[in-house]
Ligand binder design. Structure first.
Ligand code: ATP
Ligand code: MG
Length: 393
C-alpha cells in the first residue's frame, strides 16, 4: 500500500485557545467515527497542531477518502508517506522515490516546500528546498521548477519522522459536529428536510430528528424511508437519534374538529409544539425545518408566521431562500435525492384540503384550536410519551 496515513488539514480561522482544543478533539472524534465505517484499522491522533489518521495494515483507500470527505471541519485531506529520518542523503533518495511512485508522467512544474518542526535538523528549510529541488531535476529531466505557480507542490515536513505529501483533496469545510450545540430536525420523507439537517450539522451542531408518522395512512415503508434518510444524513452528522411520533389520533381529531382549509396549518403547529417538547427533553437548543418561502401553501410568509407562533425555541430554516433546484442540487451532492423521491405518502399529503388557506388569519386559527381543548393536551402528552426511538447510523 502506497499511503499509510493521511494528514488532515482544517481551517483554523477564528479558533484559538480553549476553542481550538474543543475543535480539534471534536474533529478527532468525528474522524474516528467516519473511519470506523471503513475496511481497515485506523489510529487517529493529534500531534503538535496536526491531526493524523494512520492505517494499521491494509485498508480501503478509496472508502477512507470518501469517509473523510464527509467529516465537517476538514478543509483538506493529504494522503501522506511517512519515512524515517535517516539523514539528508537518504531523504533525497526517499523524495525521488516518492515522486517516482506518485507521478508516472514526469513532465510537470514543481516546487519543494520544506518545513522543519525539528529545528535540530542540520539544514535550513531554504537549503532543503534548494537541494531536494536539484536532486529531483537531476533524477527527472522532464521536470522544471516554478516557484510561483507549480503544478505539484512537494511538501516535506521534518518532524521526528518525515512527512511527504503533494496532494490535497478538498474536505467539506464547516465545523466538527459537537462544537455548536444540539438541535432537533423535523425530518419528513421529502427532499428539503434532509438537506436542512445536513446544512445545520455542517455548522457543528449535533442533530436529532423527529418524524410524524400516521399509520395506517402512512405506511411502514414511508417510515423506513425516513430512517434511511436519517442514516444517509448520519454519514455526515454522526449517529442520529430519531423520534418517531404517532400522529394519527391528533390528525384525525383536528380533521374532525377544525375547518379543512386550516388543517395543514393547525397540523403543522402541533408538529412544532410536539417537536419542541421532545427537543427540550433532549436538551436541544433549536429546531430545524426544510421550509422554503413560497414553496407550497403552508410556506407562504403568513403561514410560516402562523406556524412559528407556537415556537419559543429558535427555528433554523437553512433552505428558506433557496429555489427547489438549489435544494435538489445539494440533495444530489449529499446522496439523499434518490431516497427522497421514492413515492411514499407522508402524513401531510393525505389530509391536505383542496383549497388550503395561504394567508391564515391567526385569530381564526386560535379560535379553531379552541375546539380541540377537550382532548388535545392529553393527546399531545401521549404522542410524546409513546414516541419510538430509532438510532440511525
Ligand atoms: P420536505 O421536502 O422536507 O418534506 P416539503 O416541501 O414536503 O418538505 P412540507 O410538507 O410543508 O414541505 O414540510 C415543511 C417542513 O416541515 C419539512 O421540511 C419538515 O421539516 C417538516 N415536516 C413536514 N412533514 C413532516 C413529518 N411528517 N415529520 C416531520 N417533519 C415534517
Ligand atoms: Mg414533506
Amino acid at each position: 500500500m502506497k499511503y499509510h496515513s493521511f494528514l488532515i488539514k482544517y481551517a483554523e480561522i477564528g479558533i484559538k485557545g480553549k476553542n481550538r482544543y474543543m475543535f480539534e478533539d471534536a474533529l478527532v472524534k468525528q474522524i474516528r467515527f467516519a473511519l470506523s465505517q471503513v475496511d481497515g484499522e485506523f489510529e487517529v491522533s493529534k500531534e503538535s497542531g496536526r491531526i493524523y489518521a494512520k492505517a494499521n495494515g491494509e485498508y480501503d483507500y478509496e472508502d477512507a477518502v470518501e469517509a473523510l470527505k464527509r467529516v465537517f471541519g476538514i478543509s483538506g485531506i493529504c494522503p501522506m508517506v511517512q519515512v524515517e529520518d535517516l539523514g539528508f542523503e537518504e531523504l533525497k533518495r526517499q523524495v525521488i522515490e516518492y515522486v517516482n511512485q506518485e507521478y508516472p508522467e514526469k513532465n510537470f512544474t514543481f516546487k519543494v516546500n520544506a518545513r522543519r518542526a525539528n529545528k535540530q535538523y542540520p539544514l535550513t528549510s531554504e537549503e532543503i528546498n534548494r537541494d531536494l529541488g536539484e536532486a529531483l531535476l537531476e533524477a527527472f529531466p522532464g521536470l522544471s521548477v516554478d516557484v510561483h505557480h507549480p503544478q505539484v507542490m512537494v511538501h516535506v515536513e521534518i518532524r521526528s519522522r518525515i512527512n511527504l505529501y503533494s496532494q490535497i483533496i478538498p474536505g467539506p469545510g464547516g465545523m466538527p459536529v459537537g462544537t455548536n450545540g444540539r438541535a432537533m430536525l423535523l425530518l419528513s420523507g421529502g427532499i428539503d428536510s434532509p438537506v436542512a439537517g445536513y446544512m445545520i450539522a455542517k455548522r457543528g451542531v449535533v442533530i436529532e430528528a423527529v418524524y410524524f408518522h400516521a399509520p395506517p395512512y402512512t405506511s411502514d415503508r414511508a417510515k423506513q424511508k425516513v430512517v434511511d434518510l436519517a442514516k444517509l444524513v448520519s454519514r455526515y452528522a454522526g449517529p442520529i437519534k430519531l423520534h418517531v411520533v404517532n400522529f394519527t389520533e391528533i390528525q384525525l381529531y383536528i380533521y374532525d374538529k377544525c375547518p379543512h382549509e386550516e388543517l395543514t396549518i393547525i397540523m403543522r403547529r402541533y408538529m412544532m409544539r410536539i417537536a419542541q417538547i421532545i427537543a427540550q427533553k433532549e436538551k436541544c437548543q433549536g429546531l430545524i425545518t426544510g421550509e422554503s418561502i413560497g414553496q407550497v401553501a403552508s410556506q407562504t410568509v403568513q403561514s410560516l408566521a402562523a406556524t412559528n407562533e407556537v415556537c419559543t425555541m429558535p427555528v433554523f430554516r437553512p433552505v428558506i431562500g433557496f429555489d427547489k433546484q438549489e435544494i435538489v442540487d445539494i440533495s444530489e451532492k449529499i446522496g439523499t435525492f434518490e431516497t427522497s423521491i421514492q413515492p411514499f405518502e407522508d402524513c401531510c399529503t393525505i389530509f391536505v384540503a383542496k383549497h388550503p388557506v395561504t394567508k391564515p388569519n391567526i385569530n381564526m386559527i386560535h379560535r379553531s384550536e379552541e375546539k380541540l381543548a377537550e382532548k388535545i393536551e392529553e393527546m399531545v402528552n401521549t404522542a410524546v410519551e409513546t414516541a419510538e426511538v430509532v438510532i440511525c447510523q
